[in-house]
Design a protein around this ligand. Structure first.
Ligand SMILES: Nc1nc2c(ncn2[C@@H]2O[C@H](COP(=O)(O)OP(=O)(O)OP(=O)(O)O)[C@@H](O)[C@H]2O)c(=O)[nH]1
Ligand SMILES: [Zn+2]
Length: 189
């Protein structure tokens, strides 16, 4: 099912009424249409298969780790439909000199992030896409994020950061996990 702008507008209008607002007052007249367009953008990853970005690859003589760190992302927590945002660090060790474009790693992050998500699944999906499309020797994805459902509401712990990781292949061991955590997060603490 693809995004239905008209249904989304009606739902936002209903929500405004449900919370005790008047959707006919001047400031809110265009709000349902605006909010619907915003959600279309925030959830645009539902309309794509993000792993496809990794189908374009090329050959470089290397069997060393490639790491793109500090990939900014914005996602939406599927429990509260509130944003969570932070940075992803994506590393892999190529096999048979098969590498992908650096921007493609960020595109994969973006595609899976722009869906209703939980951070653990988001992390795993990115790692699995690399495993599937590049068949690398190893993969490591680390994500750190702040969840607005934990800061704006509920427990209200501003500054609490959630860190998740997924390691595969030769990178799936505790020494690598420790090294990667130090490499990507050490300088920021
Ligand atoms: N594991 C995980 N939990 C998440 C994520 N995003 C939000 N949550 C949690 O989802 C849980 C939903 O808990 P519920 O008890 O059903 O909902 P709630 O009453 O709104 O919970 P509180 O946030 O504690 O007020 C909360 O503990 C959130 O912190 C995520 O990406 N991963
Ligand atoms: Zn939440």
């Amino acid at each position: 099912m693809s995004f239905n702008q008209r249904a989304a507008e009606a739902a936002v209008r209903d929500l405004l009424i449900a919370v005790g607002e008047d959707p006919e007052r001047e400031g809110l007249l265009e709000t349902p249409a605006r909010v619907a367009r915003a959600w279309k953008e925030l959830l645009s990853g539902l309309d794509e298969d993000p792993a496809k970005h990794l189908e374009k690859h090329f050959t470089v003589e290397t069997d060393e780790m490639v790491l793109v760190r500090d990939i900014e992302f914005h996602s939406v927590c599927e429990h509260h439909l509130l944003p969570f945002h932070g940075r992803a660090h994506v590393a892999y060790i190529p096999r048979d000199n098969k590498v992908t474009g650096l921007s493609k790693l960020a595109r994969v992050v973006e595609g899976y992030a722009r869906r209703p998500q939980v951070q653990e699944r988001l992390t795993t999906q990115i790692a699995q896409a690399l495993v599937e499309k590049l068949n690398p020797q190893g993969v490591c994805v680390i994500m750190e994020a702040e969840h607005l459902c934990m800061t704006m509401r509920g427990i209200r712990k501003t500054g609490a950061t959630t860190v998740t990781s997924k390691l595969c292949g030769v990178m799936n061991n505790s020494a690598t996990r420790q090294e990667m955590m130090t490499l990507v997060m050490g300088g920021n603490r």
